[in-house]
Design a protein around this ligand. Sequence first.
Ligand code: SF4
Ligand code: SF4
Length: 373
Amino acid sequence: MSVKDRIREKGLELGFEGVGFAGVEPMDSYIKEIESRPPEMYGWTNSDRFSTIRGASPQVKHPSARSLVVLISNYYRKSFPQMLEGVYGRAYLVDERKVLGEEMARIASFFVFLKQEGISPIYDGEIPARMAAARAGLITYGKNCFAYGREAAKNSSWIEIIPFIADVELEPDEPSVELNCPPKCKNKCMKACPTGAIYDDMKMNPLKCIAFNTYYGAETTPMELREPMGTWVYGCDACQEACPRNRPWMRQEKPPHEDLHSRMDEYDLQAILQMDQVFYEEKLWPRFFYISRKRIDRWHMNAARALGNLGNSDCIPALERSLRESPYENVRSMSAWALGRIGGAKAREILEKARGKESEPVIIEINQALHML
Ligand code: SF4
Ligand code: SF4
């Protein structure tokens, strides 16, 4: 058995769904694409751009690099509570595997094996994972910019890609750097994207993407995105849910995600709107760490916007409290917007009462909310 075959066999034995090999030459087409994107359109700082481009030349960054070893893992093995769908992206709901260390343990075992084979692996988060996997023949692209397994997870996009650098030459696998969407699909992902973020084949504007706007984005979510963002508070799966390439895996019977079912109270939108720092750091942050520990306001703002879009008048007391008591201007602004969106006499009364005590930016939001009524 060759070294490659032994590595592949070990990866599969550890539960990874794919193991592939690629060279370390600069990923020219990827670099060209990044360089063509205006930083202001993509919300990048110069340092983001620099590190993205640097990661695409593994051997320049790591002179000992000779090959890439790429692993594929399927993160959607269990079914999620219905209540969380349309609210949290699936990839983040299952992050507990990482938090609990299971994924890290598998990767550590894989590293031990590579070392026994005389290979010193390096993990570098700057390596473009999707391009590495396409070069290793493990995925093809979708027009929605996601990577679809060629064998993993019934060819779906519910996969995580983990690339490593190896310091020995391993013959690259046949690459699959290609778009592989069936013509009869007729761009379902683009039509399903609520904000129009996907504007062409494999072209997505992150500043319009819901996922980006839930964890990064403007201090206060821009008005034109609030309604299309619906109830998503962390991530967005709409373009993957609409995709016919994902249907076989989505239809597959899966065991329930017991942990999530037992912790539903922690993911309730009203609970999030009212959570304090201790709850945030203990319950949410370990799983959803793209939002900093210091930015509880972003969670409060997202929850207020989602509750406004739910349009349920039972949420009015919670929104009234956040408009009256939140120390964060963006949260009070979004609470005012949500009350305007829910509407009704009670919402009007709360907004009018709050107007006299507010800062200028929040007064503007209140006036707009009153106008919506
Ligand atoms: S993740 Fe959501 S907002 Fe972003 S491109 Fe896909 S459907 Fe559009
Ligand atoms: S929805 Fe259609 S066009 Fe979009 S990624 Fe899936 S197959 Fe491709």
